[in-house]
Ligand binder design. Structure first.
Ligand code: ZN
Ligand code: ZN
Length: 377
């Protein structure tokens, strides 16, 4: 029998909603929870569901400035102001009603995932609404208002945790946590993503390594467009486990964006769900090897919101819970998701491999460059 795992969720998380024209669709979080539930995972004795909570300002201010929290609250309650200065406006970060409360709930869910793991209520905890890794201390960016993974890490440090490893597998560079802890040697950040040469936010190069005493604790693996399962998994397995092992964390925090999928409309990597299954297993093994199981996981990007995101995150969560589920997705869920999507959704968790990519050499050279920078064998 595996140890307890927690899913941090409640229906209110869908209030984090930039509007019907925006690519970040909050229903993806509900569809994820419903797929996990449809598989019977939440009925198992060692799996618990923790309701979400709106984080108080003191928690948010572990990362964000008081002035910014004030702006988010005022803009979201309809007040006019020069909110563009803080990254808000039409396009990526439109202002939406109750923006502070909805964003603070995402933060509360990630802090509670961290709390559950730290206090031993669960070995592993997952907040699928979280992973808003582009928000900066005083600026919204890339659909992200508050940086919940950075707040969860800061909260863990405040509780006395000495070393936290953050692994970010989203297709976009995890620039927020990297920036927040750039000079903090207690936090290792590793981001594996499509290179910033072609993709938002335009950062995440191998040369970004942290500064001062933190030099070498910030790791970036910028992959070329069209990198597929094999290349991605090679880069992941050659960099992530050795770097995390060398750092020796007390807690593992991961951002599990699945906008790396070959059908994702916002980026250009070529992954299938096979990569998510293998990455999940590696991260799970690392947690048991290095952090006594302490693993805090968040969601992240994913814009195939009905066809990919729920299956990807169900793969991760069932790995955390060590529950083998049938490859075929439950019929009830398929009906629900198809109705939401207005079209068919895949009937299996696994997928046929997408057409092979032609960039293997480039992946090898990136891996070599990263390993040289890290002085890894
Ligand atoms: Zn992303
Ligand atoms: Zn485990």
């Amino acid at each position: 029998m595996s140890e307890a795992v927690a899913l941090v969720y409640s229906p209110e998380v869908v209030a984090y909603d930039h509007g019907p024209q925006h690519p970040l669709r909050p229903v993806r979080v509900r569809l994820t929870r419903e797929l996990i539930a449809a598989y019977g995972v939440l009925d198992r004795e060692h799996v618990r569901e923790i309701p979400t909570r709106v984080a108080p300002d003191e928690e948010i201010r572990l990362v964000h400035t008081e002035a910014y929290v004030d702006v988010v609250r005022r803009a979201g309650s309809g007040e006019d102001g020069d909110w563009g200065r803080y990254g808000f406006g039409p396009g990526d970060n439109p202002i939406f009603p109750q923006m502070h409360e909805a964003s603070a709930r995402v933060v509360g869910a990630s802090v509670d995932a961290a709390r559950a793991v730290l206090e031993g209520e669960a070995e592993h905890a997952f907040n699928p609404a979280g992973g808003l890794h582009h928000a900066m201390p005083e600026r919204a960016s890339g659909f992200c208002v508050y940086d919940d993974p950075a707040v969860a890490i800061a909260w863990l440090l405040e509780q006395g945790v000495e070393r936290v490893a953050y692994v970010d597998v989203d297709v976009h560079h995890g620039d927020g946590p990297q920036a927040v802890f750039y000079d903090d040697p207690r936090v290792l950040t590793i981001s594996i993503h499509e290179t910033g040469r072609y993709l938002f936010p335009g950062t995440g190069f191998v040369s970004e390594r942290g500064e001062g005493k933190a030099e070498g604790t910030k790791v970036n693996v910028p992959l070329p467009p069209y990198t597929a399962d094999d290349g991605w998994l090679r880069a992941f397995s050659e960099v992530v486990p050795p770097a995390v092992r060398a750092f020796g964390p007390d807690v593992l925090v991961t951002q599990l964006g699945c906008d790396t999928h070959h059908t994702d409309p916002l980026a250009h990597l070529g992954l299938s769900t096979r990569a998510y299954r293998e990455a999940a297993r590696t991260l799970h093994d690392l947690a048991h090897e290095l952090t006594d199981g302490r693993w805090v996981a968040t969601g992240g990007g994913g814009y195939q919101w009905a066809r990919v995101v729920p299956r990807a995150w169900t793969i991760y969560f069932t790995e955390m819970a060590e529950i083998g589920v049938p490859d075929e997705v439950p019929e009830d869920w398929r009906e629900l998701a198809s109705a939401e999507a207005g079209g068919p959704v895949p009937g299996r968790l696994s997928e046929d491999p997408p057409p092979p990519a032609e960039h293997a050499m480039e992946v090898e050279s990136v891996i070599e460059e990263v390993k040289r920078a890290l002085a890894l064998p």
